[in-house]
Design a protein around this ligand. Structure first.
Ligand code: ATP
Ligand code: MG
Length: 391
């Protein structure tokens, strides 16, 4: 097989001529080269999608699964914010061990909320996600680039090139390249998951923004697959499996460029999708069991309507303050909700994790344990008193 794509000379600052890669629009692979793993990925994603559709509490994709994906997809790139950290950061307390890191992870989750269900032009989505990721960073240069296409050449180390660097698509031809990428991404024909595998490969080789290309590209996958109607919910994530298999993922991206064997890349991508969906389906099933158990446990508390409103709410917001509950439910009073939270605490459904006071943090450890990686549930932030992992 021959390498594919082209290299374009680009004059960088200082007159240096760089050889920048421009990916081809890849041909869809022959179906039998991907069929086996495609069937598995499709089965896993469809099972998850169906289970999400039938889940008795709405909003679980955005509130839990997209947040988990943001944690993993950012974790694959070195972020240290855990699921618990993100949840705590997104309470009224807005507290985190590393607020800047947590803010970027939260940005990815917020971008999902913003874009879920709408995908006018994936190029606009790229810039929206990028803006969310970088608008709050402390580095003024990076913050000024938030939501902008790159204006400089970006590169990655590559021992196999003469210069030791691999240069992504040149800024001069970026818009042409992106137009090809957009047309390919939104086109119909062939299995959608395979199309998005190839689209992700193209996107990463164009590398259209200065930084954040990995996180932006991975978040586009569930959004585009959903927007094109291949799934009913935006659940086709891959961040968790990428986090666990970063080297395989990067090597496969590179190898397809060198060999032109795009089917091999598609198989790796499909496996990552399958793994992530299978784990999420397991979590969702357990979440459903928890919900049943909580409803049983609170059944006898007749008259306490706030308790019954809280049960499904806490299921998707397993770290919260009473103030959050008041805002989230949009009814009741601080006092009635405070009493209801205490009832849930007596039943062991929630527990106080922060210092006593009006803005006390509560958590539902059984939900958090389903989403937190074993051993990663951090100890307390400065004053929350959150317990370390039991796993
Ligand atoms: N040699 C390569 N060829 C093509 N794509 C690559 C290569 N190496 C890495 N990538 C892609 O680029 C991403 C990293 O790019 P970028 O830094 O812009 O994104 P990021 O989300 O900020 O990640 P990081 O935090 O690691 O910098 C990887 O996650 C992967 O998708
Ligand atoms: Mg980066």
């Amino acid at each position: 097989m021959q390498a594919f794509g082209t290299y374009e000379a680009f004059e960088a600052e200082g007159g240096r001529i760089l050889s920048c890669y421009r990916p081809p629009v890849p041909a869809m692979p022959v179906i039998d080269e991907v069929w086996e793993v495609l069937e598995r990925a499709r089965h896993a994603v469809e099972s998850l999608d169906r289970a999400l559709m039938g889940f008795p509490v709405s909003g679980v994709v955005g509130k839990l699964f997209a947040r988990l994906d943001a944690v993993h997809s950012s974790g694959a790139e070195g972020a240290t914010t855990t699921f618990t950290d993100l949840l705590e950061f997104q309470t009224s307390l807005q507290r985190a061990r590393d607020p800047e890191d947590a803010q970027a992870v939260a940005g990815s989750a917020d971008a999902f909320d913003e874009l879920q269900g709408k995908m006018p032009d994936p190029r606009e989505a790229v810039l929206s996600i990028h803006r969310r990721l970088f608008e709050a960073v402390r580095d003024p240069y990076a913050a000024a680039q938030a939501g902008q296409w790159k204006t400089h050449v970006n590169a990655t180390l590559d021992a196999e090139t003469a210069t030791g660097f691999f240069y992504y698509t040149a800024p001069a031809t970026l818009q042409d390249s992106l137009a090809e990428w957009k047309d390919f991404t939104m086109a119909e024909g062939g299995p959608e998951l395979v199309r998005q595998a190839l689209s992700h490969w193209m996107f990463e080789h164009i590398h259209p923004v200065g930084d954040g290309n990995g996180r932006v590209g991975r978040l586009l996958v569930p959004l585009v697959v959903h927007a094109k109607g291949a799934t009913t919910t935006a659940c086709c994530f891959l961040g968790e499996a990428v986090h666990g298999n970063k080297e395989i993922y990067i090597e496969a991206l590179k190898r397809a460029r060198r060999t032109g064997d795009i089917a091999a890349w598609a198989r790796v991508f499909l496996s990552l999708v399958e793994q992530t969906a299978a784990r999420n389906l397991m979590r969702l099933e357990r979440l459903g069991q928890l919900h049943d158990r909580w409803r049983q446990a609170t059944k006898s508390l007749r008259g306490h309507s706030a308790v019954h409103d809280l049960v499904p709410w806490v299921l998707t917001k397993p770290a919260f303050t009473v103030r959050d509950a008041l805002a989230g439910l949009g009814k009741g009073t601080y006092t009635s909700l405070n009493t209801a939270v205490r009832s849930l605490a007596e039943l062991g459904i929630v527990e106080a994790a922060g210092a006593a006071g009006r803005d006390r943090l509560f958590i539902a450890p059984e939900v958090i344990d389903l989403f937190e990686s074993p051993g990663l549930r951090h100890g307390p932030t400065a004053s929350s008193g959150m317990r370390p992992s039991r796993g």
